[in-house]
Ligand binder design. Structure first.
Ligand SMILES: [Zn+2]
Length: 152
């Protein structure tokens, strides 16, 4: 089903899709499904330590929506840990943004922008025009070129 470009933006796919308590076969466990956008909310707010406002912008959603996403993510994750359930990470209406990383040659500041936003004119830290692409990956593995829609 084609959809308008409205999805929640995530930085990439997680390195694995199932977490479970050790020593118990998956078939004997109840699974909790954490969607990809919920995982991304945890990554941005709890791992990177962003405020909800900034995290919401990164995911291309409103602050209220981000609040709902992360509340659900934390409740599910806590329930899995406390009650010993498996967590399966899948689903959610998301697009994967290929992030491009830039570095300033003057002050060595490094920052990221999603694909399709154009090349930055200057360093956000020192306003130098002497900037270049920094190619090393960070965080999640890349999901290939362009945005992948609908599949997740
Ligand atoms: Zn700079």
């Amino acid at each position: 089903m084609p959809r308008p470009f409205c999805c929640r933006r995530i930085a990439g796919a997680p390195p694995c899709v199932v977490f479970k308590p050790a020593g118990v076969p998956l078939s004997a466990l109840e699974e909790i499904c954490l969607t990809l956008d919920e995982l991304e909310s945890l990554r941005l707010a709890d791992m990177e330590g962003l405020y909800h406002e900034a995290a919401a912008q990164r995911m291309n959603v409103s602050r209220q929506t981000f609040g709902r996403i992360i509340e659900s993510a934390r409740r599910k994750t806590a329930k899995a840990l406390v009650e010993g359930k498996a967590i399966r990470i899948e689903g959610g209406e998301v697009v994967m943004a290929n992030m491009r990383k830039f570095q300033c040659s003057e002050c060595q500041h490094v920052w990221e922008l999603p694909h399709g936003t154009g090349r930055p004119a200057e360093c956000p830290a020192c306003q130098s025009k002497n900037i270049h692409r920094a190619e090393e990956d960070r965080g999640y593995a890349r999901a290939g070129r362009g945005c992948r829609r609908g599949r997740y």
